[in-house]
Design a protein around this ligand. Structure first.
Ligand SMILES: [Zn+2]
Length: 71
């Protein structure tokens, strides 16, 4: 379905957000660290949405190359 769900959870401090693929339903879940300020959470969510939009979850590139392409 390609829906995107947002979940706020507590993660290690240095983790801003991460994406999980729900292969069963073809949806995405963005986990965002609830340590972050609201502004930082929104920025992190926007960043992860961009990864999804660019198909990075299916990319062959390394994480470093992917993050570099985001700038
Ligand atoms: Zn990123």
């Amino acid at each position: 379905m390609n829906d995107i769900f947002i979940q706020e959870i507590r993660m290690p401090y240095k983790v801003r957000a991460m994406i999980m693929l729900d292969r069963e339903n073809d949806d995405y879940v963005i986990y965002v660290n609830d340590y972050l300020s609201e502004e930082a959470r929104l920025r992190a969510i926007e960043h992860e949405r961009e990864h999804i939009g660019k198909g990075h979850l299916y990319s062959e590139l390394s994480l470093v190359e992917i993050e570099r392409s985001m700038k």
